[in-house]
Design a protein around this ligand. Structure first.
Ligand code: GLA
Length: 395
């Protein structure tokens, strides 16, 4: 059985155990790794993520006969003890926040679909996934988008990828309490296999960029997890908004480097560094896109190095062990590829975009790092996957 077949079997089994019935449909949405454009989405800039071949699967079916008119029921197989992670809520009454994050992803999605003027029909779902949780690979976005797709399709709404992404984002913003941007959900909803997704976070226009066949995308998990991610993330976002307000622009996307430098003297030094990261990072998206398509590993090495240093020094979202690991991998790769912190930071993963035959160099760098590390780092190469879709099962 392959990875996806195992996941489908788990979702099906969880559904049977929870509801004593068979699911009728299955839906999937992938996690993502961002290649360039970090902490840029909520500044209306450009980003370049790709979906990975790890995903959330939702098994869905009709409600129990006696609750046909009102109830939405969910069971999350990766949360809590077997079958302890269950939730149900009334679709006719106003939907309120639940007790924990996963319930709020589900409730928030159903509520947000309502805000778009649509009605989710009563249904039952079981959710299972294999996107590593808390690693910066967007397990939450995969979860939210998979639930949104299941709700949309099961209720015959046929919502397009941008709306699926927006309702999953609204759920995070308003129900879960994270002021995340739109990148993760758009990558999960709209990615194209073997491509990265160039996304304009202001207009939500997308352009799939082919990834040169000589390149491999390796995610290096530092194993470091931090709980303060949400509060620190929300703080960074607030700082960016203050910097934009200082310059009288709608978002930092509208600021150029010359204007930033001219106004630097009157700007708080922390806000200046935050803005410098965002302006520089937006400018790095295009060269990385070109390098990806052309397989130009030397250019990837150069631009991703700059990006890492900017995240570490100006945006302050790295940690000393992560910088050490990034240094070791960059040194081992030389001009064979680039490496940088990916995702929100404060722990999580590095991403390396490098020549396929550079896997040995990455592995050696990891070995050297792990000798002195408190938490060992691990590496995994992912295939750039396609976005959320119903799963068509034979028969
Ligand atoms: C998290 C957020 C995204 C984005 C990244 C940083 O993944 O959910 O919206 O801001 O961090 O680029």
């Amino acid at each position: 059985m392959d990875r996806r077949a195992r996941l489908i079997a788990r979702a099906r089994q969880g559904y049977r155990l929870a509801y004593g019935a068979e699911p009728t449909r299955f839906f999937a949405a992938p996690g993502r790794v961002n290649l360039i454009g970090e902490h840029v989405d909520y500044n209306d800039g450009y980003v370049l993520p790709c979906a990975i071949d790890r995903e959330t699967i939702v098994a869905a079916g009709p409600p129990a006969p006696e609750t046909r008119e009102r109830l939405f029921e969910a069971v999350a197989l990766d949360m809590g003890e077997m079958l302890s992670a269950r939730d149900s809520f009334d679709l006719v009454a106003p939907i309120r926040r639940g007790e924990n994050a996963w319930e709020n992803h589900v409730r928030g999605v159903v509520q947000a679909i309502g805000r778009y003027g649509h009605r989710v029909r009563p249904m039952r779902i079981a959710i299972a996934g294999d996107v590593p949780i808390g690693a910066g690979l967007s397990s939450s976005a995969a979860f939210g988008v998979a639930v949104a797709l299941a709700c949309s399709e099961f209720s015959g709404l046929g919502l397009p990828p941008e709306i699926l992404a927006k309702v999953a984002q609204l759920a995070e913003n308003d129900f879960v309490g994270c002021a995340c941007g739109i990148m993760d959900q758009m990558a999960s909803a709209a990615a194209v296999a073997d491509h990265a997704l160039l996304l304009d976070c202001r207009t939500l226009q997308t352009l799939p960029i082919p990834i040169h066949e000589g390149l491999a995308i390796t995610v290096i998990d530092t194993g470091i997890r931090r709980n303060l991610t949400e509060s620190a993330f929300n703080q960074r976002r607030a700082e960016c908004e203050l910097a934009a307000a200082h310059f009288g622009v709608k978002a930092l996307r509208d600021l150029d480097l010359a204007t930033l430098e001219e106004g630097a003297a009157s700007l708080d030094p922390v806000l200046y560094r935050r803005a410098r990261h965002v302006v520089g990072e937006i400018a790095r998206v295009e060269p990385v896109g070109v390098a990806l398509a052309q397989g130009n590993t030397a250019l990837l090495a150069e631009v991703m190095r700059e990006a890492h240093l900017s995240l570490a020094q100006d945006f302050d979202v790295s940690l000393p062990p992560i910088d050490r690991l990034a240094d070791l991998v960059a040194e081992a790769l030389g001009e064979a590829g680039g490496v940088r912190l990916t995702g929100a930071g404060f722990g999580g993963c590095l991403v390396a975009v490098a020549a396929r035959d550079a896997g040995g160099a990455i592995a050696e760098a990891l070995e050297r790092y792990n000798i002195g590390a408190d938490i060992p780092a691990t590496a995994e190469t992912y295939r750039p996957a396609s976005g959320a879709a119903p799963i068509l099962l034979p028969g």
